[in-house]
Ligand binder design. Structure first.
Ligand code: SAM
Length: 354
């Protein structure tokens, strides 16, 4: 234990258990299953401030909050920042029964952008109508209430969409295995998902922030701990988050400012190309990030079936850090976007660079 304030922290196992209540979204590469391992590592490192630079589903930011850190949660997408605002930055605000009744009640205006744009693409007409109607009220909310309402609405949509990805369009009845998540209306989902977020709210006493910036735009600031969980570059396929989750991203801001690619089947929004988008440039991207945070303890998650490989990553970290340790954890992925995707057992590496 490296820091005096750890005495007041819950032990790692308790923190991991508490973090598991965080509303679960099926996000490519999410670390729900690795929480106990990450909690151990974070507890060993200690300190007061932490950056979760590629926050995704937000569950690791929430774990860091449970462990007493002042957390900066960041992802280049807006949806993860909203989720982090609702569950990490927010220490006290919940949606009341009255708030929920208003949002699921009669619409406040006659907007119909979602129905017009996504009819025949995703969900039923009734569900799409609910999303427009819910947004007619959410637009009048501010602050953390707004963040919880948006996070719950997005989580409702993510749970109801087969496989949780928005590359699948049209008639998806072949995916209907009777699961409750697929049957529930988005209105009923929303009510339950608000309860999930309300339950996750707690006051850690440490000020947290959430941002939606591309990693190269973050300030080169010193944190006690910088957690890096970048997109893994698979040898085949791509690692593009916008392609899979564009609907959640658009829904999180009612597509305000977005350009919809109407020629695409799923009505995507354009992806952002960065050094992390391709295996040709990912090493440059990683080196830049290691350099930027060279005076913080860096914890990096990476997978054994992605590029660059373990030896390359260790060498890159050693350019900036004297002490690099690697832990390998066997991990089974259940994630896939096509029928050929199976459960794969791979090693999930945790690099600890001090
Ligand atoms: C492996 S996921 C993180 C998963 C997260 N730790 C969790 O447990 O849910 C990688 C994340 O990096 C984000 N991302 C991709 N490229 C980025 C970039 N250049 N800058 C910042 N975030 C980026 C993606 O949107 C995605 O959420």
């Amino acid at each position: 234990m490296a820091s005096p304030h750890l005495e007041s922290m819950p032990v790692a196992a308790t923190a991991a258990q508490r973090a598991a209540v965080f509303p679960r979204v099926r996000w490519m590469g999410s670390k729900y299953k690795l929480l106990p391992h990450l909690a151990d590592v974070f507890e060993e490192i200690g300190g007061k401030t932490a950056l979760d630079a590629f926050s995704g589903s937000g569950v690791v930011s929430y774990l860091l909050k449970q462990q007493g850190y002042a957390v900066h949660s960041n992802d280049y997408l807006g949806f993860p920042a909203t989720v982090a605002k609702a569950g990490v930055v927010n220490h006290a605000t919940r949606l009341t029964a009255g708030d929920v009744d208003r949002i699921i009640g009669p619409r406040a205006d006659d907007r119909d952008f979602i129905q017009r744009t996504f009819s025949g693409v995703f969900f039923t007409a009734e569900d799409l109508g609910f999303l427009d109607s819910a947004w007619s009220h959410i637009d009048n909310l501010r602050g953390h209430k707004r963040a919880i309402a948006i996070a719950a609405l997005c989580l409702a949509a993510a749970r109801k969409q087969p496989r949780g990805v928005f590359t699948l369009t049209g008639d998806l009845s072949r995916y209907d295995d009777g699961r409750r998540d697929l049957r529930l209306s988005l209105r009923d989902h929303f009510v339950e998902r608000v309860e999930d977020y309300n339950r996750a709210v707690f006051n850690s006493g440490q000020a947290c922030v959430a941002t939606a910036r591309e990693i190269s735009e973050l300030e080169p600031k010193k944190y006690d701990l910088v957690y890096l969980d970048p997109p893994y570059a698979p040898p085949a396929d791509d690692n593009d988050y916008t392609k899979r989750f564009h609907f959640l991203e658009g829904l999180s801001r009612y597509w305000v400012g977005d350009i919809i690619m109407h020629e695409t089947k799923s009505k995507k929004i354009p992806k952002r190309v960065t050094n992390f988008s391709s295996r040709r440039t990912i090493e440059v991207g990683l080196r830049d990030v290691f350099k930027k945070f060279h005076d913080s303890t860096i914890v990096l998650s990476y997978s054994s079936n992605a590029l660059p490989d373990r030896a390359t990553l260790e060498a890159l970290l050693r350019e900036f850090k004297a002490d690099v340790e690697v832990r390998a954890i066997e991990h089974t992925y259940h994630y896939g976007t096509h029928s050929a995707a199976k459960r794969r057992s791979v090693d999930e590496y945790i690099f600890i660079a001090r």
